[in-house]
Design a protein around this ligand. Structure first.
Ligand code: NAP
Ligand code: HSE
Length: 431
């Protein structure tokens, strides 16, 4: 018997899902005995051309039509946004339908009650596509690595920012046209500030923490910094010092606590993460039994993301066909994580100061670092200012220091009369 599928959204990801279901229809029927029938699709604009041909009466502008349709067993939410998507997904779960979603913002912000609703209604809530696009990272953490205590996760979790940083590094491109290119390729969120300011990566990291540590981490509690302040000068200095700049999501166990942070970082050239280019994502996971493993692939875009949605769809459809309930350990209720306070997080830093080129400036800066017990590893100043009384970049690399001490030192350094611009700080990854 056919299984009814309802799509809420047929944009970049929904279009990819529809294409894959059409192109692999025969294989899913013949090899897996699954007859998946798209019975309803909700969109905003009925006049837009769509990825596949469906009878016009299968389209609606009211997503509740999908959720309420008794002939639909699995709802795929690929619309995006939080509040409206929450109402729809909750209603679908309460109506006894399995749900597959690519919406990390929804799960990071309202996941608790949705995971709970899935448990209460004994239905599945698949979200493989919500983190790292086509990489099966959710499956890996929830099934493949269950024999491990996860000790750390280091990842490039956002395709848009990785694309922008790669092109700025390799082609000397400017930020704005590269953001536009990432948007045109369908990687970016509807509001690209979520990509640029690190929100998207923090939401993904919060979801990975739920699976890796079986604790609730709120994306709002994660130390978060985006990439909009990174300049061509920083990229050049990073290269000279043997690093590549990447936006990283990091979660690791420190004592009995979890440290979670998203920020641009100097990654040593020799580290694997330094070689992850364009829209690709990668996550390095250290588990107690397997030690280090790296997962790499396309983290965004139509077909990579749709591949993950379809993987969830097929897994759920197979369980439905066999008369089984949802697979895996329930993701609610979970205890709230005990996070390392942001001010206590320890990192080394690259500090780029713009200073007047005159005697005594270095001593003043060094004294303010010393006042916070921050030790300096390297100092670089190339040449002299070309004009009398002009400024030069002064680069200082510090040893590990607590975030709060670094912020206090930098505020004081920024207030020195010899420092003419806001100091630039980029944390350093010591793998
Ligand atoms: P998109 O291209 O903007 O598609 C959104 C779809 O939802 C469109 O078909 C739109 O209709 C429909 N829609 C929006 N609001 C609606 C409403 N109120 N009623 C009915 N239909 C509505 O977005 P996307 O890139 O596919 O992203 C979808 C989700 O996947 C988001 O949660 C995103 O975070 C997630 N995601 C995206 C990627 C990626 O690479 N793009 C990767 C991983 C996860 P119209 O077509 O008529 O406008
Ligand atoms: N905007 C996201 C990114 C899409 O660029 O990674 C994938 O979640």
């Amino acid at each position: 018997m056919a299984i009814g599928i309802g799509l809420i959204g047929m944009g970049v990801v929904g279009g990819g899902v529809a294409r894959i279901l059409r192109d692999r229809e025969r294989e899913f029927k013949d090899v897996r005995g699954l007859d998946l029938d798209i019975r309803k699709v909700a969109v905003r604009d009925l006049s837009k051309p769509r990825a596949i041909d469906l009878f016009p009466d299968r389209f609606t502008t009211n997503p509740m039509d999908v959720v309420a349709d008794p002939t639909i067993q699995i709802v795929v939410e690929v619309m995006g946004g939080v509040d409206a998507a929450y109402d729809l997904v909750l209603a679908a779960l309460q109506n006894g339908k399995d749900v597959v979603t690519a919406n990390k913002a929804l799960l990071a912000e309202r996941g608790d009650s949705l995971f709970e609703a899935a448990v209460q209604n004994n239905v599945g809530l698949g979200f493989e596509a919500s983190v790292c696009g086509g990489i099966p990272i959710i499956q890996t953490l929830s099934q493949g690595l269950v024999a491990n205590d996860i000790q750390s996760l280091y990842g490039i979790l956002n395709g848009t920012t990785n694309y922008i940083l790669t092109r700025m590094t390799e082609a000397g491109a400017d930020f704005d046209p590269m953001l536009k290119e990432a948007q045109d390729k369908g990687f970016a969120e509807a509001d690209p500030t979520m990509d640029i300011d690190g929100t998207d990566a923090a939401q993904k990291l919060a979801l990975l923490c739920r699976l890796a540590f079986r604790q609730r981490v709120s994306s709002g509690d994660i130390l978060k910094e985006g990439i909009s302040h990174i300049t061509a000068l920083d990229i050049d200095f990073a290269r000279e010092l043997g690093y590549t700049i990447k936006l990283l999501g990091i979660a690791r166990v420190v004592g009995n606590r979890i440290e979670a942070r998203v920020h641009p970082a100097f990654v040593p050239h020799h580290a694997l993460l330094a070689d992850i280019r364009n829209e690709f994502n990668a996550v390095e996971i250290v588990g107690s039994a397997v030690d280090a493993q790296v997962f790499y692939g396309k983290g965004a875009g139509e077909l990579p993301t749709a591949s993950a949605v379809v993987a969830d769809l097929i897994a759920i459809a197979e369980r439905r066909k066999a008369g089984l309930g949802p697979a895996g350990a329930p993701l609610a209720p979970l205890p709230e994580a005990d996070l390392v306070p942001i001010g206590d997080i320890q990192t080394g830093s690259y500090c780029r100061l713009t200073v007047y080129d005159k005697p005594g400036v270095l001593a003043q800066v060094a004294a303010l670092f010393a006042g916070e017990n921050i030790s300096i590893e390297t100092v670089i100043q190339h040449g002299r200012s070309e004009t009398e009384g002009g400024t030069v970049p002064l680069i200082m690399i510090t040893h590990d220091a607590p975030e709060a001490a670094m912020q206090r030192a930098i505020t004081r350094i920024g207030n020195l009369s010899a420092v003419t611009e806001k100091p630039q700080i980029i944390r350093i990854l010591h793998p």
